[in-house]
Design a binder for this molecule. Sequence first.
Ligand SMILES: [Cu+2]
Length: 495
Amino acid sequence: MRMGAMKRFLPILLLLALVLTAGPARAHVGSPNVFFDGDAGPYPVRVIVRPPVVIPGLAEVTVRFRDGRKVDGVTVQPVQYKAGFKGAPPPDAATPVPGAPDTWSAQLWLMRGSSYTVRVAVRGPAGPGEALVPVTAVPMKVLKMDKGLGAVLVFLGLFLFVGAVSIVGSAVRESVLTPGEEADRQRRNRARVLSIAAAALFALALWGGRNWWNSVDGEARQGIFKPFQVQASVVPVDGRPALDLRIQDERRADWSPLMPDHGKLMHLFLIREPGLDAFAHLHPVMKDPDDFQVALPSLPAGTYRVYADVIHESGFPQTLVDTVKIPEGTGGPPQDPDDSWRASAPLGRANPDVSPLEDGGSMVWKRGPLAAGREAELRFEVRGADGRPASLEPYMGMLSHAVISKDDGQVFVHLHPMGTVSMAAQQAFAKLEKREEGKAVAVTMGQMNTDGTISFPYEFPRPGRYRLWVQVKTGGKVRTGVFDAEVGNKGGAGP
Ligand SMILES: [Cu+2]
């Protein structure tokens, strides 16, 4: 009977040691680390922020001086949008990384799920400098319990349970006997009955504990950030198929309105499954605050993943995700002159290093080693039809736009030569700073070079197969280079 009771409650103990995971969330799907290449006043910097997965939690901040310059001091300060610069905690001093004098690091507590900017302030020979790096802090998962630890806890729990029941049994049976005396039948019976009662009582306590755990766990899961729910469909608009994206989310009313990024309220990307062999970057128009529409360009029919990047006035970006079936017969002139699309060979069958462009030119990936969780420089060279470096025209405020997606759709990111930060978020914080402190921080656009090369700071979040679409404008038209990447493990460290 005692063993029976234990067997019954084993599942509860297992539940107590439950292994929990959560899906990806927030603006760059599955790619939370923030990269910023820009200037802190006179100092060209790369800032990397690795936000915590639980809130409150510690963000890791790395500041590297891109020209290798030595400075006297670096501070970092988390500024929450709602609290503003006035309500921000005092700045923390970063410390130089031993052996890398151009690199400084610091840890910052982010206390609330919100839109933040990390204010990086530099003191050095060229005077003071400052950069604002927007970061969103949201609970991303309920932390996993280590399987080994779980097994140890289950074992200890069982040991305590059996121990407690047998202590009750022996106490009733033997505690009042003199040494050497045997318990009589009546005592043994009473011990048995009370042991069963004790087992039932302890089991009840375990059951209560389980309920408590489940409610705490449920709360934590509820708190995990999920982007707004959306529904994508194809509808006829003015006699041609258009994509309709409807936001269907109760939280909509409580959130700040959307603001334009690169001059558009929404940047919508379509990627055909499963080969990732068709891609479109479109700019839907708002029909009402919850409904966006865009005419579909000429795309092969099939199932497409939909990723829609939007940003709230608080500087909080989201990527809204859905899938949609696109029928045959789409096409027509682009609704927005910045709309672009490209069909290509399926994943794994594109030329890995050279992508021919629509104008007879090409884009070449100057590949370096790639490993998950390791900072990489994604560098490309654009050549005209004559083989000479192309002159790139900034489009939508950037020299280039790149999209990276993993084959299974679990990673999606939209980045620029200035990194993964949203320029609109940076501007929102710059405005706030100006209002509160009267200073104007220059918002940088990333490297503006004219030798036909572009580069993006990035770190692949996990190993696997990825496709990259790199977009530039030459001759007044958007050109899209397509590349595949096989990303390996960092060498035992895991994803
Ligand atoms: Cu872009």
